[in-house]
Design a protein around this ligand. Structure first.
Ligand code: ZN
Length: 398
């Protein structure tokens, strides 16, 4: 789907501004970072623990806009780069007023949603997505032709531009008239984790409603979400993990098996098994399953990609209850921990790129859908003790 003006019949509710203070306080109270259980390690060699993280090579918002405009002009295969304002969503800027950018490529019937840097201090989703966008826009090989024929891609290289510019995880609620943070009841600035804000009582930050409306337009068939975690060792072996494969509603957990008669519980595991097999061929990549620590699986409903799988209908904007399966990738190394390193930058971006490309090819050829989902158990992980939720605390394994 190319972007086009919204039909006039699709009127959206106004942003629930008055709920902000309460909702923001609630959101802050339940923040469970993806990197909550980051192990503290002294001798990991991937990405690098030598010296401080140098963020000078991390892409800025202006870099991203410039690259998107360039790809939109120069790509052989029709990259369309545009803002959500141009796409016609009712809310269409970040809290601080930055344009929110999307780029599409491909002509396939099935739409694919690929987002990065919803956490502003997790940078390489941006680099990986821009690289894949460029490849899809310029590469004439049969792999990329298949992907363009099968899918229409919607790339969001920088979901959280304000957080990215500040090198922080969250976005800060902003009073644009005064050019200052919108202070909460406690007199402090209000930081919102955009990956906990797609809930019936959420949508506190502008970015959330803007991208949610766009998602209800696109109705993707699949999604991919790219994050970073801290440095991590494989359970049992102690080897450095470079990439963790995540599903934000745990397979076999309290929520996912009940969606679509278990279809996503099976397909997300098949997606992981396929990526694990394909990327295991590369010696520089060591994968495991994403877990939040102490053997707990993540099972959050307010994460963007969880809400997609749940088919969240916020204020009547998704009346058919569209839903789609999504997996996320966590590259090791994080700017805030000072563990990102520079030597591993190329490897980190490359592994995300390979993971996305192989997964998409596997979905396009149907090989993913033929995987044995039960082999998900073979991907290294700590024995599961419980589910770490954003709705019921920790739920132990029965
Ligand atoms: Zn993250």
């Amino acid at each position: 789907m190319k972007h086009q003006p919204k039909s006039s019949t699709n009127q959206l509710p106004a942003k629930p501004k008055r709920y902000r203070s309460l909702a923001a306080a609630a959101a802050l109270a339940v923040v469970i970072p993806f990197s909550a259980a980051t192990p503290v390690l002294a001798d990991a060699n991937f990405p690098s623990t030598e010296g401080n993280t140098n963020i000078s090579s991390i892409l800025t918002y202006d870099d991203v806009v410039k690259e998107l405009r360039k790809l939109g002009k120069t790509s052989r295969f029709g990259v369309d780069a545009f803002t959500l304002e141009e796409a016609g969503t009712q809310v269409n800027k970040s809290e601080q007023g930055r344009d929110l950018w999307v780029a599409t490529v491909g002509n396939g019937a099935e739409h694919v949603w690929i987002q990065g840097r919803i956490h502003g201090n997790e940078p390489y989703g941006t680099d990986s997505i821009l690289t894949l966008l460029k490849d899809l826009g310029t590469n004439g090989s049969s792999d990329y032709q298949l992907l363009r024929d099968k899918f229409t891609f919607h790339f969001i290289p920088m979901y959280n531009p304000d957080g990215a510019e500040a090198n922080i995880r969250h976005t800060i609620l902003w009073d644009q008239a005064n050019g200052l943070p919108e202070f909460g009841a406690n007199g402090r600035e209000q930081r919102i984790d955009l990956n906990r804000d797609w809930t019936p009582n959420g949508f506190v930050a502008n970015e959330s409603l803007a991208f949610y409306e766009y998602w209800t337009d696109v109705k993707p068939a699949y999604g991919i979400d790219i994050h970073h975690q801290g440095l991590k060792k494989e359970w049992g072996t102690g080897d450095d993990v470079t990439l963790s494969l995540g599903i934000s509603l745990a397979p076999g957990g309290p929520t996912l098996p009940g969606i679509k008669d278990g279809a996503y519980d099976e397909l997300t595991r098949q997606m992981h098994v396929y990526v694990y097999d394909e990327l295991s061929k590369y010696g520089s990549i060591n994968m495991d399953r994403y877990q939040v620590g102490n053997g707990q699986e993540i099972d959050i409903k307010g994460g963007v990609v969880s809400a997609m799988m749940l088919g969240l209908d916020y204020q009547g904007m998704n009346p058919e209850g569209h839903s789609n399966p999504v997996v996320f990738f966590e590259t090791s190394g994080n700017t805030s921990d000072g563990s990102l390193g520079q030597k591993a930058r190329g490897k980190s971006i490359k592994q995300n790129l390979l993971a996305m490309k192989e997964l998409l090819l596997g979905l396009a050829t149907g090989e993913v859908q033929q995987e044995d989902a039960d082999r998900w158990e073979e991907i290294p992980h700590q024995p599961v003790t419980g589910y770490n939720t954003d709705y019921a605390g920790t739920i132990p394994v029965p």
